[in-house]
Design a protein. Structure first.
Length: 511
């Protein structure tokens, strides 16, 4: 198998017009150790499949798939295998709006209410001041992922999501703190049809995907499961084994996360980023517009990292930026249910990297990126994967033991304070809307309005705590409680995977 892989790589190098002598000029780690490093990494971190592309000095120096896209069929990942790139979509949105500003059709500092007079944030001052740039820069004062449990994988339309953003109560000051906001990117993306008459998806397709020859890329999540060469999403979170999970549907928040792509197609995107907006000699996006995406509008960190040669991290228009070993590095990660990815480029070194994976509960995809940056930027070798793996194992072992303790309490078959029927009924949260709780045999069952594919069970443990288990393991398992006042059920506070949304939701019972 190793011999076949080497032959395929040689064939790819030949087909891409890369002279063998050019490949031999690459760092020894890339030539001699990268294959083994990735093979060990995906085994150690339980990653079924991974694809990677490295471009350098205008050429592809490495593009390959590892592992399998489906653990049942054993079909291998290749350079054209599709993965959900999730938030790596955001730079397409930021680039689109930067282009429209360059063309004089908008200003990034236009107020949102200029385009959507009825739009509201939680407070009136922010509503009046918030601009397109604010929406693209994650600094409206909300927490990271705030509202995403309500908006993610839901039947809510784009317009309905925008209406519900008025219920996002910001704990931070407007334009002061960084709080990663997916719904903000939806709002910014919805400006595009107002000024162009084109939907966001049509604009991205015709202005980027088509001219870049990204022919396998899907701009929306529709039909992803039916694609002939697509990775299956998996997770090891909240379970002691790898589990298949449903494909996300991000269409209602498409400007934040909907694109599905391959490393082959993303190499075209990287070439454009590294050639001042040109691809194969054609200007895809004006250089001034590309520059706008790379200006830091929000500072995230300004402290020295212990483990990385980095001092400053900022955020532009759908793009993180930081110093790394004295160079300016631009990057973004993407997280969907069962898939995580990153796309990174270093213009000073004419270096670009894209890594796509199909297990959402692992850090190898980022360790691999840093390992490659270390190699090309002259950082002393440290095995990033082996450095992080023990920390990850300790964390997951602790979480598994906690869940085992919860399940052991369920097996004691303790009785709750009230009869099961006393907890049944309809509950409401101002932001989310309604959930419905009914009795099923010896436990409670939750249905979520606007999330037709999501449900959960509540099994009693002890001391007023219940074990909440979602049918989609991506959302997690948690100990939760009802508020009982005066012998009556008043509310239920739920939790969810913090990668979906950090804070719990309080659902009040409807009397």
């Amino acid at each position: 198998m190793k011999k076949i892989g080497s032959l395929l790589l040689f064939y790819f190098i030949f087909q891409s017009g890369i002279a063998q002598s050019s490949f031999n000029d690459e760092p020894s780690f890339i030539r001699d150790s990268l294959d083994g490093y990735i093979a060990k990494g995906i085994k150690d971190w339980t990653v079924p499949g991974l694809s990677i592309v490295i471009v350098k000095d205008g050429k592809v120096v490495w593009m390959k798939g590892y592992g399998v896209k489906d653990i049942e069929t054993k079909k291998p990942v290749d350079e054209n295998t599709l993965f959900m790139i999730a938030s790596n979509t955001k730079l397409f949105t930021g680039s689109s709006l930067a282009m429209l500003e360059t063309e004089g059709k908008i200003s990034l500092d236009d107020q949102i209410i200029k385009y959507f007079p009825a739009f509201r944030l939680y407070d009136s001052t922010s509503t009046k001041l918030v601009t397109i740039r604010d929406m693209l820069s994650h600094h409206i004062g909300t927490k990271t992922f705030e509202g995403d449990f309500t908006f993610w994988n839901t039947s809510l339309s784009r317009e309905e999501i925008m209406k519900r953003m008025r219920y996002l109560k910001p704990p931070f000051h407007f334009r002061q703190e960084f709080g990663y906001c997916n719904s903000c990117f939806l709002v910014a993306g919805q400006v595009i049809p107002i000024v162009t008459g084109e939907t966001w998806e049509h604009f991205v397709q015709t202005h980027f995907l088509n001219p870049l020859g990204m022919d396998h890329t899907l701009v929306l999540s529709t039909g992803v499961a039916e694609q002939p060469d697509v990775a299956t999403p998996y997770s090891t979170a909240y379970t002691n084994q790898i589990s298949k999970v449903p494909y996300d549907n991000w269409n209602n928040m498409a400007p934040a996360a909907s694109i599905v792509s391959s490393v082959n197609d993303l190499s075209h995107w990287l070439f454009m980023q590294l050639d001042s907006g040109r691809y194969q000699g054609k200007q895809i996006i004006p250089w001034p517009a590309l520059q706008k995406t790379r200006i830091a509008n929000t500072w995230i960190h300004s402290t020295i990292y212990d483990r990385y040669p980095t001092h400053f991290t900022g955020y532009g228009l759908g793009l993180n930026m930081q110093d790394y070993a004295g160079r300016q590095v631009y990057w973004h990660t993407g997280g969907a249910g069962g898939m995580v990815s990153n796309v990174c480029f270093v213009p000073e070194e004419k270096l670009g990297i894209a890594i796509l994976t199909n297990n959402d509960n692992q850090g190898f995809f980022e360790d691999l990126r840093h390992q490659i940056l270390d190699v090309y930027l002259g950082v002393a070798y440290v095995n990033r994967s082996q450095q992080d793996l023990p920390i990850f194992i300790n964390k997951t072992t602790s979480a598994f033991n906690q869940r085992a303790g919860w399940n052991a309490k369920v097996e004691l078959h303790n009785k709750p304070q009230l009869s099961l029927s006393s907890y049944a009924g309809d509950y409401i949260n101002e932001l989310y809307g309604k959930i419905h709780i009914r009795v099923e045999k010896d436990h409670l069952f939750i249905q979520f309005d606007t999330k037709p594919d999501l449900n959960a069970t509540l099994e009693y443990m002890d001391e007023g705590e219940w074990l909440l288990k979602y049918n989609n393991i991506v959302y997690g398992q948690f100990a939760v409680s009802f508020d009982l006042t005066g012998g009556r059920v008043k509310s239920l506070t739920t939790s969810q995977n913090p990668e979906v949304e950090i804070d719990p939701y309080l659902f009040s019972r409807i009397e």
